[in-house]
Design a protein around this ligand. Structure first.
Ligand code: SF4
Length: 363
């Protein structure tokens, strides 16, 4: 997988002195820099295009560590998001960012490293809680690591804390810098997985399934704990056989014993995302299915379809290994029971379950 092309740097006033901005300038010495104002309004066409070749360097004044918004009325996992940036250089047709962002370009928050101490104070002030933290919610955790060096400073910072884990979620095979690091403790490297067909047709510019799983295997051999996310699971004719292919590849390259969790989530979307997708990917067939609006306003597959997909995939995964920490993302108590045979009942129950996985794997 090749590194992504960066055409220009947009430097927001106020970010020039941030330590991460200085490092990025050194890593991209030949890329032109344009100075921009923080509150400059973007053209609507630029937002729709998302401008994935411009790196916008931003001094972020908001909160870096936030609770995952989850979704109302469904069981959520109590995750925390470390907000390192927004948007990513890959281009999945279903990406929710297409209807979420109100500014284009790859937005990197360059005062992150300078604010680590205050993030640490928050974590340290709740010594009896477990913070499950991820950077892959509004961007991909590794796709721009070769430019930002995120892993250089995030790994030592989080490995030293006993009441948290940092999950790096990716669809790339960019693990070179990660593996060079000497820190493994409390770090989880996670891959989003799908069928080879969905990856080829919907997850544009991402690593192939095989390359993702090979990269995961190399990380595991280098001592990292792994996680996987089958999300979004997409229903189409013959998908069961193709999800089977994905599991077979996992069996071939991965030792299941040090997997901390595997999540399953079906394709879901807010109505405005559908229009953004149809505009950017008019040929996509991801809406060919029976969708119904959920309690949170998002459209999901009709419940029996979701239950069947989760039940089949989880049973297959359990045949591989019976202790994979399988959980469902944003589903109800009855979908849990019908597809997995048990339920954590509510979001607090799911948090406790995932915290217990952290304790089993990391102690
Ligand atoms: S990798 Fe994630 S953030 Fe990037 S386009 Fe795909 S879904 Fe969106």
């Amino acid at each position: 997988m090749k590194q992504f092309k960066i055409r220009r740097i947009l430097l927001e006033r106020g970010a020039e002195k941030d330590s991460l901005a200085q490092k990025i300038f050194k890593k991209l010495p030949n890329i032109p820099i344009e100075n921009v104002e923080p509150d400059e309004l973007a053209l609507i066409e630029d937002i729709e295009e998302m401008d994935k070749e411009s790196l916008r360097i931003i001094h972020f004044n908001g909160e870096f560590l936030k609770s995952c918004p989850g979704t109302r009325r469904y069981i959520c996992c109590g995750y925390k998001i470390l907000n390192i940036g927004i948007n990513c250089p890959m281009d999945c047709s279903y990406c929710f960012l297409q209807s979420y962002v109100n500014q284009p370009s790859l937005r990197i928050f360059t005062n992150l490293e300078d604010r680590l101490n205050s993030i640490g104070e928050v974590i340290d002030s709740f010594p009896d809680s477990i913070f499950r933290i991820g950077t892959g919610e509004f961007t991909d955790s590794l796709s721009l690591d070769y430019v930002t060096g995120w892993t250089d400073f995030l790994l030592p910072f989080f490995s030293n804390r006993k009441n948290c884990i940092l999950e790096l979620k990716t669809k790339t095979s960019f693990i070179k810098d990660l593996i060079k690091s000497s820190h493994r403790e409390r770090i989880v490297v996670a891959w989003s997985l799908n069928t080879p067909r969905i990856i080829a047709n919907q997850e544009h510019k991402t690593a192939s399934l095989k390359n993702r799983i090979i990269a995961a295997g190399e990380c595991q051999k280098a001592g990292f704990v792994l996680a996987f996310h089958f999300d979004p699971i997409i229903s189409y004719q013959g998908c069961a056989d193709e999800y089977e292919e994905t599991v077979q590849l996992l069996e071939r390259y991965i030792n299941p014993e040090s997997i901390i969790w595997i999540s399953l989530g079906s394709f879901r979307y807010m109505p405005n995302l559908k229009w953004a997708i149809m505009k950017r990917f008019p040929g996509t067939n991801i809406f060919n299915g029976e969708f119904v609006p959920g309690l949170d306003g998002k459209f999901r597959y009709f419940k029996p379809i979701r239950v069947e997909m989760y039940a089949k995939l989880s049973e297959r995964l359990k045949k591989w290994y019976d202790d994979l920490g399988i959980y469902l993302c944003m589903e109800s108590d009855d979908v849990w029971r019908q597809s997995l045979g048990w339920s954590p009942k509510n979001s607090a129950g799911l948090s406790l379950y995932l915290d217990s996985r952290v304790k089993v794997i990391f102690g």
